[in-house]
Write a protein that binds this ligand. Structure first.
Ligand SMILES: C[S@@+](CC[C@H](N)C(=O)[O-])C[C@H]1O[C@@H](n2cnc3c(N)ncnc32)[C@H](O)[C@@H]1O
Length: 206
């Protein structure tokens, strides 16, 4: 299939290998992963065949499904699954989607700075409720540290985000970590990633 003309993320192309290298380590004992906010689907078509020991379930708001499905058609993998509808804004958010599938890991990239803070809180509640003991939550993206930007590029990015939508913005890592504790998700490791991004790995502790 020709993917020319499909939405394409250069950032995904740039960060997919560094992220994969961390996932190969951090998800080596996982079996069933839910990806939240799959975007174009580019990450999923790269990760699934390179993490063949696990099942990779994509999800996003329905508006993105056609694109994700087109990428899946172009780059199919036996352990890669068509997107589930998953909108953190929806009153009808099917919690059972997460819990009935017994996911033991959740991955999300570049979502926390896009969605409003109450939706970040909702995401943590859903994931905290759904994951089993020792389940993993892996979050990739930019974070502030001690209330400070970690780079000039992140400061400009944050300003751009807030101009576009004043409920978006780079989150403080410490606040996110505290939110995790509320939902029995303890920060296990922080990996510094290229382009001033970070990858946070949480583990369900109860
Ligand atoms: C910047 S994109 C990141 C996409 C992809 N994960 C990546 O790293 O390129 C943000 C993602 O968050 C998703 N998103 C935005 N609002 C959402 C919501 N209310 N519920 C679930 N996902 C949402 C978007 O549809 C989009 O896929």
């Amino acid at each position: 299939m020709d993917i020319a003309g499909l939405p394409f993320s250069q950032a995904c192309e740039n960060n997919k290998q560094p992220i994969l290298e961390v996932l190969q380590q951090e998800l080596k004992d996982s079996k069933n992963v839910l990806e939240i906010g799959s975007g174009t689907g580019q990450h999923s078509v790269y990760f699934a065949p390179n993490l063949s020991h696990l099942q990779w379930q994509t999800s996003d708001i329905i508006a993105n499904h056609n694109v994700i499905e087109a990428w899946h058609t172009a780059y199919p993998a036996p352990n890669l699954y068509a997107p589930l509808p998953f909108d953190l804004n929806s009153d009808l958010l099917p919690l059972s989607l997460i819990s009935s599938q017994s996911y033991d890991a959740v991955f999300t990239a570049n979502t926390l700075h896009i969605i409003a803070w109450p939706l970040v809180e909702r995401l943590f509640k859903l994931v905290g409720d759904a994951l089993p003991l020792h389940g993993k939550l892996v979050i990739y993206g930019p974070f502030n540290e001690n209330g400070q930007y970690t780079s000039e590029g992140n400061r400009r990015f944050d300003e751009m985000l807030r101009r576009h939508n004043n409920s978006s913005g780079i989150r403080d890592k410490e606040t996110v970590v505290t939110l995790g504790v509320t939902h029995h998700l303890a920060l296990l490791t922080t990996q510094k990633m290229p382009a001033n991004n970070q990858l946070l790995v949480f583990e369900k502790t109860l």
